[in-house]
Each structure stands twice: as C-alpha cells, then as structure tokens.
Ligand binder design. Structure first.
Ligand SMILES: Cc1cc2nc3c(=O)[nH]c(=O)nc-3n(C[C@H](O)[C@H](O)[C@H](O)COP(=O)(O)O)c2cc1C
Length: 176
C-alpha cells in the first residue's frame, strides 16, 4: 500500500466509544473550525450543524433519531452532530457538506478522537425536534468520541468492530 499521512491512515469508524469521555471546548471549537474552512463551490458554505454533548437535549434528540441497533453504540459517543445543508442545488450542497465533514474527520484524528458517520436516521422527525428552518436538509449524523473497549460491545457489534477493513483495489477505481 502507498504511504498515507497518519491523519488518514489512523481514521476508521468505530462503534466502541469511551462512555466516560467528553469533548473539551477547545476540541469542539477545532472540529467545527475544520468544517468551516472546507472548500465549497462558489464558496457557498452550504453546511449547517447541530451539536449535542452527551446527555444534553440536542444529543438526546439526535440519539433517538437513530435506529435502535445504532443507538446501542452511539449512546457512548461524547458528541452527536447533525450535519445538514441548505439545499439550493442539492447535489452541489451535498458534495460540499461531505467535504466539510471530511475536514472535521481529519481534525478529529489529529485530536485523538474518532468519528462514525450515519445516514440512517429519522430526518423528518429530527428536523422537527430540532426546529430546523424550512430548507435545511439533514444529511448525516456524526458520532464523535474517544475509542472505547470493543470487548464491552454486544457480540454482533464486537464482531463487526474487529473485522478486517477492506477497500476495492485501485485499478478497479480508475476509469481510464
Ligand atoms: C456518508 C456515510 C454514511 C454512513 N452511514 C452509516 C450508517 O448508517 N450506519 C453505520 O453503521 N455506518 C455508517 N457509515 C460508516 C461506513 O459504514 C464506514 O465508513 C465504511 O464501512 C468504511 O469503514 P471505515 O470508515 O472504518 O473505513 C457511514 C459512512 C459514511 C461516510
């Protein structure tokens, strides 16, 4: 495998989060700043965020919007972030938002944190619960925290947590 910067090589999407860990104010500010400085088409910056810290009301609202199976592990995340976009050209906005979340993810690795994104959640219910303005489109929930003990997970989640991670070979990605 070709060399990768450790910021990318050490990134992965865990389910075992440390239930005692919390994000500091500085960590929270760094994560959001990383997203804020992402590039976007026409510098539109169509990303919007709702951030909850463990046990606060935004965190609880985001948690219950997830499927029961994902709540089992996401409830240990120190923070739950709803990443949304402002629509307009939805394809462009979704692309830009993805870059902003990718920036946040790299910053998380730099801070010794881990991130697990989820697109399966109740978008309509969460938009209502968070009283989001019309036109704000919830796209992804981002669980953020410190790594926990995989052996504390239920059996099925532990198996997925310890499974070998795979990617398609590079030559299958190249179109020409
Ligand atoms: C946009 C997006 C949506 C995802 N949605 C889910 C999800 O709903 N549930 C889940 O368990 N993981 C979800 N994931 C995590 C992926 O399954 C994970 O990134 C992928 O398997 C690669 O593993 P890695 O991140 O550890 O490299 C999502 C990831 C991304 C980027």
């Amino acid at each position: 495998m070709a060399d990768l910067t450790p910021l990318l090589a050490f990134r992965w999407s865990p389910r075992a989060f440390d239930p005692a860990a919390r994000l500091t104010e500085d960590e929270t500010a760094s994560l959001l700043e990383a997203a804020r400085w992402a590039p976007s088409a026409g510098n539109a910056q169509p990303w919007r965020f709702a951030l909850g810290h463990r046990e606060d009301s935004a965190w609880k609202r985001i948690l219950v919007s997830l499927p029961d199976g994902d709540q089992r592990w996401a409830r240990h995340a120190a923070a739950l972030l709803l990443a949304a976009h402002t629509g307009g050209d939805p394809e462009r906005a979704a692309y830009d938002l993805g870059q902003a979340v990718a920036h946040l993810t790299v910053q998380a690795t730099a801070l010794g944190l881990h991130v697990h994104q989820l697109t399966r959640f109740d978008r309509v219910g969460l938009a209502t619960e968070l009283d989001l303005a019309v036109g704000i489109r919830p796209a992804v929930v981002v669980a953020i925290g410190r790594l926990g003990d995989p052996f504390a997970l239920p059996d099925d989640l532990r198996d997925r947590e310890t499974r070998l991670r795979r990617r398609r070979p590079l030559d299958s990605l190249l179109l020409t």
